[in-house]
Design a protein around this ligand. Structure first.
Ligand code: 5GP
Length: 205
C-alpha cells in the first residue's frame, strides 16, 4: 500500500513539533518524520540533521534551482524547505510521512499530492496560552516573538483549509488524537483505486 502524508501546522508555541515528533516516534517503522532544511540560525540544543538541515541562504537558493524541494517558503524571515527525495522514498515504502510545515507549505503539498494528504492544525485554547508558552520557551527575542505572534494571527485564518483542528491543552490527549488521525490517513478512500473495488463487486454479481 502506498503511504500517506500527514501535515501538521500551527503557530509557534502550539507544541506541534513535540506532538508530531512524539507520535511519529511511537509509530516506529510505520511512520517517517521529514527533516526540513532551513536558513534559520541554530537554537541552543538543536542539532544539524536532527532538528533541521541548517544551511546558508546561498546554499538554499542553489537547492531551489536544483529542484531539491517539494515545497519551500519564507517563514518569519527565514527560508524553510521540504526535500522531495526523502518524501518519495518513504511514500514508496508505505509510510506515514509527517510534515511539520507552515500554512504555505500545506497549500503547496496538498496541490502536489491531493489524494494522499491529511492535515491537522494544532493550536492552544486561546492566544494568552500561546503567548505564555512562547515566552517560557525562551527561544525568541522580543523582536522575533512579535513577528511570530503576528504570524500566528495570519495562520489561524487558514484553519478552514485543514482536515482537523487539534487544541493542544493536554499533551497526552492531543497525542492520542494525532495518532488516530495518522493511522486513519492510511485508509482514505482517495488513496485507493476505488473503481477497481466497485468493478470486482459487479463481477461477483
Ligand atoms: P521554527 O523556526 O520554529 O522551527 O519553525 C518556524 C515555522 O516554519 C513553523 O511553522 C514550521 O512548521 C515551519 N516549517 C518548518 N519546516 C518547514 C518546511 O520545510 N516548509 C515550510 N513551508 N514550513 C516549514
Amino acid at each position: 500500500m502506498k503511504g500517506s502524508i500527514l501535515v501538521v501546522s500551527g503557530p509557534s508555541g502550539s507544541g506541534k513539533t513535540s506532538l508530531a515528533r512524539s507520535v511519529c516516534e511511537e509509530l516506529g517503522e510505520k511512520a517517517y518524520f521529514s527533516i526540513s532544511t532551513t536558513t534559520r540560525p541554530m537554537r541552543e540544543g538543536e542539532k544539524n540533521g536532527v532538528d533541521y538541515f541548517f544551511i546558508t541562504k546561498e546554499e538554499f537558493l542553489q537547492d531551489i534551482e536544483d529542484g531539491y524541494f517539494l515545497e519551500w517558503a519564507e517563514v518569519h524571515g527565514n527560508f524553510y524547505g521540504t526535500s522531495k527525495k526523502q518524501i518519495n522514498e518513504a511514500l514508496k515504502k508505505g509510510q506515514i510521512v509527517f510534515l511539520d510545515i507552515d500554512v504555505q507549505g500545506h497549500e503547496a503539498v496538498r496541490k502536489e499530492y491531493p489524494d494522499i494528504v491529511t492535515s491537522v492544525f494544532v493550536t492552544t485554547k486561546n492566544k494568552h496560552i500561546l503567548f505564555q508558552r512562547l515566552r517560557k520557551r525562551g527561544t525568541e527575542t522580543e523582536e522575533t516573538l512579535e513577528v511570530r505572534l503576528i504570524n500566528a494571527m495570519h495562520e489561524m485564518k487558514k484553519i478552514p483549509e485543514y482536515d482537523y483542528l487539534l487544541i493542544n491543552d493536554d499533551f497526552e490527549d492531543a497525542k492520542k488524537f494525532l495518532n488516530a488521525v495518522a493511522i486513519a490517513s492510511l485508509i482514505k478512500t482517495t488513496k485507493y483505486d476505488v473503481n477497481d473495488f466497485i468493478k470486482e463487486w459487479k463481477e461477483i454479481k
